[in-house]
Design a protein around this ligand. Structure first.
Ligand SMILES: CC(C)(COP(=O)(O)OP(=O)(O)OC[C@H]1O[C@@H](n2cnc3c(N)ncnc32)[C@H](O)[C@@H]1OP(=O)(O)O)[C@@H](O)C(=O)NCCC(=O)NCCS
Length: 330
């Protein structure tokens, strides 16, 4: 693996350079494998295998936007030493002036020498020039090295999300929660529900939880183009709401990413109703899983959201990690 991190000939100068997919993509894939090591989940490894087979016209940084459905324009910074790739930072536009930073990695033999900090500073300058007003990223709460890099650059913590996982072929234990009089579970209608659901997400703290990375926030903006993008990429998403005479009380999305997997599930509830409606919503979302290819289901909920978390644990989901969502305002 290490051999493919090295480029033959002097194609790049030592130090930082803007990511060039034709030159760098394969080496970046190997660096991600090496740098993230055992932190990579099986689907991450499948994604990296897929990336290393990409060639020709499809060789773009965009192909790396795994886990960021709806991501638009992409860019990145790499760092070479003596023809060897030793550092990488990628960034994806998600929304008009918000970019998500991902794939931050330094070769294990080159850590602690300021490479990640330098690449991040270059990325921040570059994205500022491209009109970014905010950068967002997710980092494990226990990743002290990365936390230190981001804190020193001025990133602040928007909040934390708990990631949970339900293995493929497990249908999840039903909560059998019954909804109250006048409440019903139904599909989300973007045009009709958008305004009320936006207010609900605001009350639930979901809007400041990291808009672009939230499938629930994305559901608000899913138009024809985004639907087409999903379809072309083999993704299907179903969003449901628990409705009542006073408006929606909870919303949940199940994103089926086809063979890339895993499915992704997110839920948020009105703070006044939390604990009383998510069970029924989760039962509804899990019943959709029976109709799609078997994959693990990864759920992500606000760490403060007791109701959604309790219903996921009841259904058989297991906590996998706590992720901090950080932002930098430019
Ligand atoms: C996180 C990572 C990218 C940092 O890369 P790096 O090039 O070593 O970072 P830098 O040298 O720029 O370090 C910046 C600061 O973090 C500190 N730091 C680096 N590694 C550290 C560690 N293991 N523990 C504590 N602090 C650490 C440095 O001392 C430096 O602080 P200082 O300026 O006060 O001295 C690297 O450890 C890595 O690739 N980790 C695995 C992949 C990963 O977790 N990526 C982040 C995903 S969100």
């Amino acid at each position: 693996m290490a051999a493919s991190l090295r480029l033959t000939g002097s194609l790049v100068p030592d130090g930082p350079a803007r990511f060039d997919p034709r030159r760098d993509l394969r080496a970046v894939v190997d660096l991600l494998r090496l740098g993230f090591g055992r932190d990579l989940a099986p689907q991450d490894l499948r994604w990296l295998d897929g990336l290393s087979r990409i060639s020709g016209a499809s060789l773009t940084l965009q192909s790396m936007a795994n886990g960021l459905p709806g991501a638009g324009e992409a860019t990145g910074q790499v760092y070479y030493h003596d023809g060897q790739l030793v550092g990488n930072v990628s960034a994806f536009r998600c929304g008009r002036d918000v970019w998500v930073v991902a794939n931050v990695v330094t070769h294990p033999a080159w850590r602690g020498q300021g490479i990640a900090s330098r690449l991040m500073r270059l990325a921040i300058q570059d994205l500022g020039r491209r009109g970014a007003h905010q950068l967002q990223l997710q980092v494990r709460a226990d990743n002290l090295a990365a936390q230190k890099v981001y804190a020193s650059l001025g990133f602040w913590r928007m909040n934390s999300a708990v990631a949970l996982r339900l293995p493929a072929h497990s249908l999840g234990r039903r909560t059998f929660q019954t909804l109250g009089a006048g409440q019903l579970l139904r599909p989300f209608h973007r045009r009709r529900d958008r305004r009320a659901v936006q207010a609900l997400l605001d009350r639930a703290g979901e809007l400041d939880r990291g808009g672009p990375t939230s499938q629930l926030v994305q559901a608000l903006d899913m138009g024809v183009m985004e639907g087409l993008d999903d379809w072309m990429s083999g993704r299907r998403r179903r969003t449901m709401v628990v409705d009542s005479s006073t408006g929606p009380l909870a919303i949940g999305t199940l994103l089926n990413q086809g063979r890339i997997g895993p499915h992704r599930l997110e839920m948020a509830a009105d703070p006044d109703w939390t604990g009383r409606v998510e069970g029924a919503l989760l039962d509804g979302l899990l019943s959709l899983v029976a109709t799609v290819p078997a994959q693990d289901i990864e759920a992500e909920v606000d760490a403060r959201a007791g109701g959604p978390l309790a219903s996921l644990l009841w259904a058989g989901f297991r906590r996998s990690r706590t992720l901090d969502r950080l932002a930098l305002d430019l």
